[in-house]
Design a protein around this ligand. Structure first.
Ligand SMILES: Cc1ncc(C[n+]2csc(CCOP(=O)(O)OP(=O)(O)O)c2C)c(N)n1
Length: 314
């Protein structure tokens, strides 16, 4: 038996919810509809920022999170007040899920004093400590090391919060990823490692740059629980993140989640000699025209495809 419910606190504009069972998770329609409407808000704001990048409004590089919306909204939905979250250069989807408005982001990207971080951080290092995002770094793997220190501090100080650290399939090639897992597991730190696996690191995909890494086996070898997610199913993502949070709190052991997703907006480029090559979107504006519903791709790699067909902004 499980009761889950949510409130949308318009003052802080973030989701809080309670779940009275740590075994099974079911969600009321109001929670799911609220999450879906958040996913639409993420898409709507991103599409506007995208239009503004195309119009030449910003002078800094911005890494969009089209296709990452379900992950960001469901992960943020399970954060509790003492939790903290550590982000990467690609953080716009998390910033919006944490409550940033279009205006706050625009002003930050314009480096204006009324931006989300008073115009001092721009895009790739943007953080929002009031909402629990106490650190963000454009240096690959750097947030892993800082999150480790934070995990140790929370254990020593007994603050009770869980540390969520977001990283990519490129960043996990840094040695600090393995070292962090090893230390977090050895010391019993309450950290959830979330790997956003979009296959790409700049202009190369995993097949082009390295052997595959079996994160389930890596985690098992370090006595870390592993969960895979893919397909942008809101209920499954929520349920998994909630379960992981409860287990991490109870066991005081880290866990690893691999989210397979697509950063939407890839394109075919001419590489000379009558050859073409598909390159995934990395930074700047994508150039796909969305449907009225904000849909970019007609399959479940697009979070909007999975949710009800209400026009954006409604
Ligand atoms: C230490 C370090 N090395 C290299 C880079 C250059 N760099 C920026 S983004 C990136 C690819 C990151 O790939 P991934 O972690 O998978 O994130 P994605 O951009 O795909 O979301 C690289 C190599 C960097 N920022 N920091």
């Amino acid at each position: 038996m499980c009761i889950a419910f949510w409130t949308l606190d318009s003052r802080i504009n973030c989701w809080t919810w309670l779940n009275l069972s740590n075994l099974h998770y079911t969600f009321g329609m109001d929670l799911i509809e609220g999450i879906e409407s958040e996913i639409r808000r993420l898409r709507m704001i991103q599409l506007e920022i995208n239009r503004e990048i195309l119009a030449g409004k910003f002078r800094i590089p911005i890494h969009m999170g089209f296709g990452h919306e379900t992950l960001a909204v469901t992960c943020v939905a399970v954060l509790e007040p003492n939790d903290s979250i550590f982000l990467t250069h690609r953080n716009i989807h998390f910033q919006i899920a944490l409550g940033a408005s279009l205006e706050e982001l625009e002003n930050e990207y314009l480096l204006k004093s009324d931006g989300l971080a008073k115009g001092k951080l721009g895009s790739m290092n943007l953080m929002n400590p009031i909402k629990g995002n106490i650190y963000t770094s454009n240096i690959l793997g750097n947030n892993l090391a800082v999150a480790l220190g934070s995990g140790l501090a929370s254990t020593v100080g007994n603050t009770g919060g869980v540390i969520w650290v977001i990283t990519g399939d490129g960043a996990i090639e840094e040695g600090v990823f393995y070292e962090s897992l090893l230390i977090a597991s050895s010391l019993g730190l309450p950290i959830v490692y979330v790997v956003e696996n979009n296959q790409w690191s700049l202009a190369t995909n995993i097949d082009q740059r390295r052997i595959p890494i079996d994160l389930r086996k890596l985690a098992a070898s370090l006595s870390i629980e592993f969960s895979p997610l893919h397909g942008n199913n809101v209920t499954e993502y929520l349920s998994t993140f909630r379960k992981i949070r409860n287990e991490v709190c109870e066991s005081m052991k880290p866990q690893l989640v691999e989210v397979n997703l697509e950063s939407l907006g890839g394109f075919i480029t001419d590489i000379g000699g009558d050859s073409e090559r598909y390159i995934n979107y990395h930074a700047g504006a994508i150039r796909i025209e969305p449907s009225d519903h904000g849909l970019l791709v007609n399959d479940s790699s697009d979070p909007i495809f999975n949710i009800s067909e209400k026009p954006l902004g409604k």
